[in-house]
Unconditional design. Structure first.
Length: 664
């Protein structure tokens, strides 16, 4: 293997090849088994797959860190990122095989991707108005019953957060019709008159920030209007996870009822306002509860019953409750000890002294409830339990923030910091019930905390298999963040590969334009050979970049169960590209015609007039493209040590370069 073999790009192709089955609404799950620890995990996301693999190489670590960063920021789109990394790595290898200079590959591919990001702005679907349900002129809400007939109800009709759930796995009680695949969709109706639609470019990225541009749509456009119902939006964003998305929808209903509003906005709903509580239970259960729901040991049953119905005083501890805990900004060096520490008679006596001081602070403040972000000292926990004080450890930061906002309590780092500003009042506790039975799991009981103005909803789901817990949580988080990003961006893309098809058409048009320009320059000046050589390669680079979108689109169509083979999917893509070339406006064709031709497995039984438009998020998708290409180009330009490891260094030292030039 020579130095210029670009092993790094080949390794990216290998690592990315395993995520092809994760694209689309019908995913093939992968079961990962660790022979050393005897642990197993079930996954259908690129992030969890790489997380459970032993990636010791530099390239594997780069890929994992890129996907980890994207997952941390968006919680969705990692499979798209990983797949395109592999597709574009193959494209770059093809360019290198044809002798294209590295600098030209980098500049033209970045130029092509930025051009694609600009052209897809014409596919934005605005989400200016999202409501819980349709509202007619008489200020009444139109809802659908089980027979799909519209019935009228009051706008202020309340839905209890304690509705009895249906024990059906990842399902919950609702009045929506279900088809054979347990996924629901609704139709979008409306039209847009032929006019100029001003589209704002993404402004949060440093890579592009230019004035507004316009896109012109045909008068026959069948785009949905700016008015959307929550049901329409969530079903369009479910991506095959309709049961998890129904729980998100129910949670948003609770938030709207709590705020007494019918409008769903980014100020009302955020993914941080949803909590998840997983029960280890043999019986299937799922439901959404307003407030914070968590599990405590059965030893706390009598304590909870005693506190139930009372107005409680609470404090929030942003850290651990232990003698050795120090804030991250005050941690002492591990090899340095103060003289006072050597004067201690005994550690047990000192611990008792610390607990007594902290406990006295709590008693003086008449505190009933303590929410702790970290761990809690067992002796302190027992003393609080004996005095009727409930302590809940391992509370997530967003929960502490929600209670701080509604109760006015300022979180403290240490219990000695408790003062009048640290106390939160009017917190209420109750046991979660299923009919007349307490909701319990593995010697633990579920309780619910509420406070006036608490913008927090907890979704409770049960799981029989430990290996499936992480999968259920990831699915729920992905659904909640897809809705979060849609509301935050106030726009979405049409899904089903519509955006990638427009990029593919756009890049092929660029490729043809470059070829035509090259034919017009046959009689060129020899002194300008470098410029004409770049033009010759430019069309080929555009073709390779487009091949990445082509592979993504064909894999997506196959995983949507619309086409049984990749050949059928490729034939469909070529037919669509031909129709786009014959159409005056590519974006208008995609919005009006292509989205109608996409039929997922969920919609095959529905008439064409009732098939939904699948939506994709804007920012996560665009940033996934950008991160994928940047990673590929980074590996391409990396030095020989990163690309080929110690073998490259050995060859360089020996001078065995076989006459090749090595560029670092």
């Amino acid at each position: 293997m020579t130095v210029r073999a670009h092993i790094g790009l080949k390794e990216l192709c290998t690592l990315s090849s395993s995520v092809k089955s994760f694209l689309g609404p019908i995913k093939s799950y992968k079961f990962i088994y660790d022979q050393d620890t005897q642990e197993s995990a079930l996954t259908c996301s690129a992030f969890r797959l790489l997380e459970n693999l032993d990636l010791t190489g530099a390239i594997g670590q780069l890929l994992y860190e890129t996907i980890q960063s994207h997952h941390k920021a968006y919680q969705t789109g990692t499979t798209t990122l990983c797949f395109l990394v592999g597709a574009w790595s193959k494209a770059v290898l093809e360019c290198l095989h044809q002798g294209v200079p590295v600098s030209l590959i980098v500049s033209v591919m970045l130029e092509g991707l930025n051009s694609c990001i600009e052209i897809v702005e014409s596919l934005y679907i605005k989400l200016d108005n999202v409501h819980l349900s349709n509202i007619n002129s008489n200020n009444q809400v139109l809802v659908k019953d089980e027979g799909n007939a519209c019935v009228t109800s009051s706008k202020n009709q309340s839905v209890s957060c304690t509705d009895q759930p249906v024990p059906s796995g990842f399902h919950h009680s609702n009045h929506l019709p279900k088809n054979r695949m347990q996924r629901q969709f609704t139709s979008h109706a409306g039209s847009v008159e032929g006019k100029t639609c001003h589209m704002n470019r993404l402004s949060h990225s440093r890579h592009f920030s230019v004035p507004n541009r316009s896109c012109f749509l045909s008068s026959a456009s069948t785009l949905p209007t700016n008015f959307h119902t929550l049901l329409d939006l969530t079903q369009s964003l479910s991506h095959g996870n309709s049961e998890a998305m129904k729980l998100v929808q129910e949670a948003v209903h609770h938030l709207c009822e709590s705020a007494e509003t019918n409008s769903v906005t980014k100020n009302l709903f955020g993914a941080s306002q949803l909590e998840l509580c997983v029960l280890k239970s043999q019986s299937a259960f799922s439901n959404a509860f307003l407030g914070f729901t968590t599990l405590v040991t059965v030893d706390n049953y009598a304590l909870v019953k005693n506190l139930e119905g009372k107005s409680l005083k609470a404090i929030l501890v942003d850290g651990d409750v232990s003698e050795n805990y120090r804030h991250i900004g005050f941690n002492k060096a591990t090899n340095v000890k103060s003289i006072a520490e050597f004067k201690r008679i005994g550690k047990c006596e000192h611990d008792q002294s610390w607990i007594s001081i902290a406990f006295k602070k709590i008693i003086d403040a008449s505190i009933d409830l303590i929410l702790v972000r970290g761990d809690v000292c067992q002796q302190f926990l027992m003393q609080c339990h004996g005095r009727g004080i409930l302590v809940i450890p391992h509370v997530r930061p967003n929960v502490l923030q929600a209670f701080s906002e509604c109760t006015g309590a300022e979180p403290v780092t240490y219990l000695t910091q408790i003062n009048c500003n640290s106390l939160g009042c009017d917190v209420y506790i109750s046991l979660c019930m299923i009919g007349s039975s307490i909701l319990e799991s593995s010697q633990k009981i579920a309780l619910n905390l509420k406070a006036r103005g608490l913008n927090l909803v907890t979704v409770v789901i049960s799981c029989r298999l430990p290996a499936k817990e992480q999968l259920l949580e990831d699915t729920f988080r992905a659904c909640s963040f897809r809705l979060h990003h849609a509301l935050y961006d106030q726009k979405v893309f049409p899904g089903g590969g519509a955006v990638e098809l427009l990029c593919l058409s756009h890049l092929r048009k660029h490729e043809e334009t470059v070829k035509m320009f090259g034919l017009d320059c046959k009689d060129f000046n020899p002194s300008l050979w470098l410029s004409y050589s770049a033009i010759h390669y430019k069309g080929f680079i555009y073709k390779c970049l487009a091949d990445g979108f082509y592979k993504y689109l064909s894999a997506l169509l196959c995983n949507m169960s619309e086409y049984s083979s990749e050949l059928e999917a490729m034939t469909f893509i070529e037919n669509q590209l031909k129709k786009i070339r014959d159409f005056s406006s590519p974006s208008s064709y995609i919005l009006n015609e292509y989205v109608k031709s996409i039929v997922t497995v969920d919609d095959q039984e529905l008439p064409s007039s009732h098939r939904p438009i699948v939506y994709d998020n804007v920012t996560p998708k665009v940033e996934a493209w950008r991160r994928a290409l940047h990673l590929v180009l980074l590996v391409l330009q990396s030095d020989a040590e990163i690309i080929t490891g110690s073998a490259a260094h050995t060859q360089i030292v020996k001078g065995d370069l076989t006459g090749e030039l090595l560029f670092l």
